[in-house]
Design a binder for this molecule. Structure first.
Ligand SMILES: [Zn+2]
Length: 64
């Protein structure tokens, strides 16, 4: 189940929206102000909190 991250244009709230396979029933609404003026943020598998491995790998990686 893909999870997309949305950001509200009204209040700036960021929230995650669970999107079903192909038929997306209801449009995403802001859980804070119930506004539908939201836009999707690109987050590929960004659900995990153990990220940022590339930034650290560049500093302590093998020197060529
Ligand atoms: Zn909002």
């Amino acid at each position: 189940m893909p999870v997309y991250e949305y950001r509200c244009d009204e209040c700036g709230e960021t929230f995650e929206w669970f999107v079903r396979s192909a038929a997306q029933g209801a449009p995403p609404v802001c859980p804070r102000c119930q506004s539908q003026r939201v836009h999707k943020r690109i987050s590929l598998f960004g659900v995990g909190s153990a990220g940022g491995d590339k930034s650290t790998a560049s500093s302590c990686g093998p020197a060529l």
